[in-house]
Design a protein around this ligand. Structure first.
Ligand code: SF4
Length: 314
């Protein structure tokens, strides 16, 4: 069979589902390639979309294919009154025989790292996030690191909340033993991190570290301070700060200033960005542009600075 693949989000990051589908079909002796034209007939075309239409536009279905299979979280999300809603009935998991395939990294030669997803689910159920609706409100180990890694020097870890997983000691040990550099791509949940986690993290080759402080009602200043004291590196990692969801500007700035003063790198995320107020978009530009953020210490000063007037006039 001739199989076509479409990474609807573009090729900015390896798509795990497509890599597994490719491996599955190649193991059956099928020919697998990126779909590239309706002039070519395909037996099956797989389209995968991870991100919602707010961030990633859909592309038309191929016309010259016997079967088109669309999948991924992005196809199960729609907008309702300005809010993204995940519709579980529109989401299907990969069949078991595909899910267990070792990813075919050869379809993304531009990336030289491994991508892993060793636990799924999250107990939090944050209202702006689709993980709990999609994967359940418990973080459960679903695979070993060796199911994704075969010697690459770096691993991007996609587990949504590994810190909440009952088997996290085992998983952390496995990641440590690879000797690879690591990025907890989806963020570590500061509220679940304990002394054993910090000990493991201090022994890992961490390349990048991500956390989140999404809800200003969570008083996490003490916990971020505690981690900063124990973590061996001077730069403590990037912290996503959700805005335009349920916080005031004062609460946004409080989180940003606290994190910066503790040597974290705050990174503003804007919920429903197309409809966000201009002030929030400015906050994001100021905070996420590290050159400007370093130079202009306070947002109030940024609004009156030349950096702001330059972009305002653009
Ligand atoms: S803690 Fe993170 S993964 Fe869990 S529901 Fe909230 S945003 Fe999603």
């Amino acid at each position: 069979m001739r199989i076509g693949l479409i990474d609807v989000d573009g090729h900015n990051f390896p798509n795990l589902a497509l890599m597994r589908i490719s491996a599955y079909h190649k193991a059956k002796g099928d020919e697998v390639e990126w779909w590239w034209s309706d002039l070519i007939h395909y037996d099956i075309v797989y389209m995968s979309k991870i991100f919602s239409s707010t961030y990633s536009k859909d592309v038309p279905e191929p016309m010259n294919a016997d079967k088109v299979i669309k999948g991924g979280t992005g196809y199960a999300i729609h907008l309702e009154n300005g809010k993204e809603v995940f519709d579980k009935s529109k989401h299907q998991n990969l069949p078991d025989e595909v899910e267990k395939m070792f990813p075919d990294y050869s379809i993304y030669p531009e990336f030289d790292f491994a991508v892993s997803l060793t636990s799924r689910g999250c107990p939090r159920g944050c209202s702006f996030c689709h993980v709990a609706a999609k994967e359940g409100r418990c973080s459960v180990k679903v695979a070993d690191v060796s199911d994704f890694w075969n010697g690459q020097k770096h691993i991007e870890i996609l587990d949504p909340n590994i810190t909440a997983c009952r088997d996290k000691r085992d998983l952390m040990r496995q990641y440590m033993e690879t000797g690879a550099t690591l990025n907890f791509n989806q963020g570590l949940d500061m509220r679940f991190i304990n002394d054993d986690d910090v000990n493991d993290i201090n022994r890992m080759r961490i390349k990048k570290m991500h956390f989140a402080w999404d809800n200003p009602k969570d008083d996490l200043e003490g916990k971020f301070r505690w981690f900063a004291d124990k973590y061996r590196k001077s730069r403590k990692g990037m912290v996503y700060v959700l805005t335009n969801h349920s916080s005031t500007m004062e609460e946004n700035l409080h989180r940003i200033y606290v994190l910066r003063d503790l040597n974290y790198d705050p990174f503003v995320m804007v919920y429903n960005k197309p409809e966000a107020p201009q002030e929030i978009k400015m906050l994001q530009r100021w905070c996420n542009n590290k050159f400007v953020f370093k130079k202009v210490k306070r947002f109030e000063d940024y609004l009156g600075s030349k950096h702001y007037s330059e972009i305002k006039d653009m």
